[in-house]
Design a protein around this ligand. Structure first.
Ligand code: PXL
Length: 283
């Protein structure tokens, strides 16, 4: 069987483990060739650090795509995350149009917000732009804050929503993208946290929960979405993929918490890769 290939389109945050420094090792470890389009190079991610450098690579995106087009490359997946500007969002829409074929699964993590708040670097009109890109997703992977912003609905804080609320949100997100949805940060009980999955073809919602580990660790959304991407491209159902990704992410967070690491420094997903590969039946 031929090896699967994806294009991962994110920034490189040189320190702090998120975006490409997470996507590349995780998806590669899962046996998938991971081509990259770096959208920017930062000294660190923007979550909790000040004074970080930011080298914008917007001008390089389309020349990379156009060169790839001359090579007749086929992609089984296109996976996008953090995008730094309106222009980048538009260029990634064009990139998907150029690189996607019938076999390509488009996975979009609309990175822009958490805990009820838009990240400070984005303007209030950014979510509308991101919502347009999300229409191209076969699998959309937002958290609850991003879901609310994409749908222009009030954010539902934990403890204020029911299962019916979540399932309504899943359906509206699926209508937005005409695809499947994995919604992260869902909790119906204080000691459990996880993801809700909606497959458009069955119209059914499923859940994957794990024991909650207190503390907000940076980059966990990228670890999760990279793991979902890895599992789906290895042939697992979306619900199975979400369960594998929830377990992998939670194990990495627990290991990091036990080590007492600064929450800005990212999670120790590297030492959970052997268990992740076992869950994927690759080891
Ligand atoms: O983890 C998402 C992410 C990716 N890249 C950059 C970020 C963030 C979140 O803040 O700042 C540069």
């Amino acid at each position: 069987m031929g090896q699967k290939r994806i294009a991962a389109i994110h920034d490189i945050s040189c320190f702090g483990k998120c975006s490409l420094t997470v996507a590349l090792p995780i998806i590669s470890a899962a046996g998938i060739e991971t081509s990259v389009i770096p959208t920017a190079v930062l000294s660190t991610h923007t979550g909790g650090f000040t004074g970080f450098t930011y080298r914008d690579l917007t001008e390089d995106i389309m020349p990379v795509v156009d060169h790839w087009k001359t090579l007749d490359l086929a992609f089984d997946g296109i996976y996008t995350g953090f995008l730094g500007s309106f222009e980048q969002v538009r260029l990634i829409e064009q990139t998907i149009d150029k690189l996607k074929t019938e076999q390509t699964l488009v996975i979009i993590d609309p990175v822009m917000a958490d805990n009820g708040k838009l990240y400070a670097i984005f303007s209030e009109d950014f979510p509308e732009e991101m919502a347009r890109l999300c229409k191209k997703a076969d699998i959309l992977v937002p958290n609850l804050t991003e879901a609310a912003l994409l749908l222009k609905e009030p954010y539902m804080a934990e403890g204020t929503y029911t299962q019916a609320d979540i399932e309504g949100l899943l359906r509206r997100l699926s209508d937005l993208c005409s695809g499947d949805v994995v919604l992260t940060g869902v909790s119906f009980a204080p000691e459990k946290l996880g993801a809700a999955v909606y497959e458009r073809k069955t119209g059914r919602a499923e859940y994957a929960f794990t024991r909650r580990i207190d503390g907000y660790y940076h980059g966990t959304g990228d670890v999760f979405a990279s793991a979902v991407t890895s599992a789906v491209l290895n042939g697992f159902t979306l619900a199975q993929s979400a369960a594998i990704a929830v377990d992998f992410t939670a194990a990495a967070i627990l290991r990091t918490k036990q080590a007492g690491t600064d929450i800005r420094f990212g999670v120790n997903f590297e030492q959970e890769i052997p268990a992740f590969l076992k869950a994927l039946h690759l080891a």
